[in-house]
Design a protein around this ligand. Structure first.
Ligand code: LMR
Length: 400
C-alpha cells in the first residue's frame, strides 16, 4: 500500500548533518546546523546544566509523573520573566499565558495552530529570507504565508525601506513574524530606532506581532539587551506572541525545551486563551517532557546558578564573536576579493556569507565543508583550528 510513496528530500538544514556524517574525510567541517561547539570542535554541556541535573538526580522526592498539559508551572513563570523582564507590567497584571512547548519549533507550531483557530486573520508575513522551517510550520498549521522584504544582498544589511513598505501594505490584522534578535539566517537585526519605527507601524496598522526568540543572550551576550525588541512591544500595552527556545542559550538542543507566551488584553482573556491552548496541545503530544524544563527551572530559580549561566552564555557569545574576527582577518590576509566586513557586522550564530549555491557545492566537494545552500555558515561550529581551512575554501570558491 505504500509502494507509490516517493522519497522526500532531506531537510535543507538537518540534512546537511546527514551528508556530513556520511563523509569519511578527516578534515570535514559541519557549519550547517546552528549548534554550539567548543574551540576544540566539541559539543558543549554547560557546567550549570550539569549542576542542575545533579540536583535533580539527588532529589529523591522527584517523580516521573505527567506534567499538566501546559507544562511545568515554575518553568512557565520563569520563562515569561526571562523574556519580558521581572518588572513587566503584563506579568504583574496577569495578562500573559505561558505554556511549555517542544523548543522553539513546537512553540511556533502551537501558537500558529491557536491563531488558525481563534484569530480573525490567517495571513502571516514572514521575513525574506527566514529560517527554512518557518513557512512549513505556519502553512501546516493552516496559516497563509506571505513574505516581507528584509535583507538587501547589495548592502548585506537590512532592507529597511522595503520592510516598511511591505508591512505597510500587509492585509489588515495580519500576523507578523519577527526574529527577536540574531536574525536567522542573515545575522542582520534592525537598530533600536528601526525597531521603534517597526513597532509604530505594526501597532498603527493593527498587525499582530509573533516573535521567534531562539537566541536570547547569543546576539549581544546580554539576556536583557537581546529581549529589548520584545519588551518594547509589551511596554505599549498591545498583544503579541513569543516563542522561546532554550536550545542555544542553555545548550539544551535535544531536550526540546521552550515556551509559548501570549500577551493578552487582560487576565480574563489570558485565562480563556490558555484553556484553548490546552485543546491544541492535548491531541498533538498530550503534555510536554519533564526533564529539560526542570533543568531550566532549577537554573532560573537559583541566583547563583543563574549568574553562572549568564557567564557561560557570555563566553559562548564571545567565542562566536572572536570567530567572526578570525575569519574576517584570515580572508583579508589571503587577499580574498570582496568586502567581507559583513562577517564582523552580522550578529548571532550565523554569517550569511553571500556565497552562492555553486560556491557552496564546490566547498563541500573539494574542502568537505558542509553548510546550507543559501551560503549561511554557523560561526558556532568554527574554531581557531578550522578557520584557515574555511578561509582557504572561501578564497578558492570566489577566485575560481
Ligand atoms: C538552525 O537554523 O540551524 C537551527 O535553528 C536548527 C534547526 O532546527 O534548524
Amino acid at each position: 500500500v505504500f509502494s507509490h510513496v516517493v522519497r522526500a528530500p532531506e531537510d535543507p538544514i538537518l540534512g546537511v548533518t546527514v551528508a556530513y556524517n556520511k563523509d569519511p574525510s578527516p578534515v570535514k567541517l559541519n557549519l550547517g546546523v546552528g549548534a554550539y561547539r567548543t574551540d576544540e570542535g566539541k559539543p558543549l554541556v554547560l557546567n550549570v546544566v550539569r549542576k542542575a541535573e545533579q540536583q535533580l538526580v539527588n532529589d529523591r522526592s522527584r517523580v516521573k509523573e505527567y506534567l499538566p498539559i501546559t507544562g511545568l508551572a515554575d518553568f512557565n513563570k520563569l520563562s515569561a520573566k526571562l523574556i519580558f523582564g521581572a518588572d513587566s507590567p503584563a506579568i504583574q497584571e496577569n495578562r500573559v499565558t505561558t505554556v511549555q512547548c517542544l523548543s522553539g519549533t513546537g512553540s511556533l507550531r502551537v501558537g500558529a495552530e491557536f491563531l488558525a483557530r481563534h484569530y480573525h486573520q490567517r495571513t502571516i508575513c514572514i521575513p525574506q529570507p527566514t529560517w527554512g522551517n518557518h513557512p512549513k510550520v505556519f502553512t501546516l498549521a493552516g496559516l497563509s504565508v506571505k513574505t516581507y522584504r528584509y535583507y538587501d544582498p547589495a548592502t548585506r544589511g537590512l532592507n529597511f525601506q522595503g520592510l516598511l513598505e511591505d508591512l505597510g501594505s500587509a492585509p489588515s490584522g495580519a500576523i507578523v513574524l519577527l526574529h527577536a534578535c540574531a536574525h536567522n539566517p542573515t545575522g542582520v537585526d534592525p537598530t533600536p530606532q528601526q525597531w521603534e519605527n517597526i513597532r509604530q507601524l505594526i501597532r498603527s496598522k493593527g498587525l499582530l506581532p509573533f516573535f521567534d526568540s531562539a537566541y536570547q543572550g547569543f546576539a549581544s551576550g546580554s539576556l536583557d539587551s537581546d529581549a529589548q525588541p520584545v519588551r518594547m512591544f509589551v511596554a505599549d500595552g498591545g498583544e503579541l506572541l513569543v516563542a522561546q527556545s532554550y536550545a542555544k542559550n542553555m545548550g539544551l538542543y535535544g531536550e526540546r525545551v521552550g515556551a509559548l507566551s501570549i500577551v493578552c488584553r487582560n487576565a480574563d482573556v489570558a485565562g480563556r486563551v490558555e484553556s484553548q491552548l490546552k485543546l491544541v496541545i492535548r491531541p498533538m503530544y498530550s503534555n510536554p517532557p519533564i526533564h529539560g524544563a526542570s533543568i531550566v527551572a532549577v537554573i532560573l530559580k537559583d541566583r547563583n546558578l543563574y549568574n553562572e549561566w549568564t557567564i557561560e552564555l557570555k563566553a559562548m557569545a564571545d567565542r562566536i564573536i572572536s570567530m567572526r574576527r578570525q575569519l574576517f582577518d584570515a580572508l583579508r590576509a589571503r587577499g580574498t576579493p570582496g568586502d567581507w566586513s559583513h562577517i564582523i557586522k552580522q550578529i548571532g550564530m550565523f554569517t550569511f556569507t553571500g556565497l552562492n549555491s555553486e560556491q557552496v557545492a564546490f566547498m563541500t566537494k573539494e574542502y568537505h565543508i558542509y553548510m546550507t545552500y543559501d551560503g549561511r555558515i554557523s560561526m558556532a561550529g568554527l574554531s581557531s583550528k578550522t578557520v584557515p581551512h574555511l578561509a582557504d575554501a572561501i578564497h578558492a570558491a570566489v577566485t575560481r
